[in-house]
Design a protein around this ligand. Structure first.
Ligand SMILES: [Zn+2]
Length: 264
């Protein structure tokens, strides 16, 4: 079986001491590709370096709403240069977040629109993050649509009633191990109503870990918290397969076709 982690942050310095061993463990479980998403200008070089060094890794470059306040005046030109230098890279992660402390939604929207325009101009797919700003995100994508390569709503936990609209806008939805927490049971249930050909799986590693008793492997972080091991991608496959009445192997083939169509 071949699986792809559609959204992760393997450039995160907390993973560095574990990375080579963790990827070896992933490969022996059939996980062979990773879309590594940048979050801020300062991590784009590390994302590019990992995509060059790790077989099966692909880069995405973007500004996450949590980090965009620290961007330089030149950030958009720098972002474009990273994308032009790597024609197979996508754009992400970017988006809107009203959950963070003191969100500046007007600034987030300006940065998001710049990413969406770049997606159109360079014909690259885009990965979007959204917390508590779904109507605004839908409005931005309607007014400033990304490239018709498509978009990924990563760790989708938005309203169920918006799913048909997003499907029409070309969106894919990724399921994360964090959705196995009992408090996210409604999100897991919602994924049963998403068209199967629009579903991808991701870990968001090293963040968003599954419940500790579900984790296949955990990694200790310096501050004592557990990191999300990229091997936990298998939890997404097993949960979705159970919910859809498919074998993990059959579902894995479908998910690979889905991710292939968006990113490769
Ligand atoms: Zn992320």
């Amino acid at each position: 079986m071949n699986l792809t982690d559609a959204h992760c942050h393997l450039q995160d310095p907390r993973l560095a001491p574990h990375l080579d061993r963790a990827l070896e463990q992933c490969r022996s479980a059939g996980i062979r590709r990773w879309i590594i998403n940048g979050t801020r200008e300062s991590d784009w070089p590390a994302v590019a370096a990992l995509a060059g060094r790790i077989g099966g890794a692909e880069a995405a470059f973007g500004l996450h709403p949590w980090w965009q306040a620290e961007r330089s005046a030149n950030w958009l030109a720098i972002l474009e240069a990273f994308l032009v230098a790597r024609p197979s890279a996508s754009i992400g992660e970017t988006g809107l977040d009203r959950w963070m402390p003191s969100p500046d939604l007007a600034d987030q929207l300006a940065v998001l629109r710049a990413h969406l325009e770049l997606s159109r101009r360079l014909a690259r797919p885009v990965t979007l993050h959204c917390l508590k700003a779904w109507p605004e995100l839908a409005g931005a994508v309607r007014d400033c649509p990304p490239s018709d390569r498509g978009l990924l709503l990563h760790s989708y936990a938005g309203p169920a009633e918006m799913i048909p609209r997003w499907v029409q806008a070309g969106a894919r939805f990724s399921f994360s191990p964090a959705f196995l927490h009992p408090r996210k049971a409604n999100v897991r249930r919602m994924f049963r109503d998403i068209p199967l050909e629009r579903i991808l799986i991701e870990t968001d590693s090293p963040d968003m870990p599954p419940p500790p008793d579900a984790a296949l492997l955990a990694l200790a972080a310096p501050e004592g918290r557990q990191l999300n091991h990229p091997l936990n991608l298998r939890l997404c496959l097993d949960a979705l397969a159970a919910d859809r009445g498919l074998t993990p192997g059959a579902l894995g083939d479908i998910l690979e076709r889905n991710v292939e169509r968006l990113f490769f």
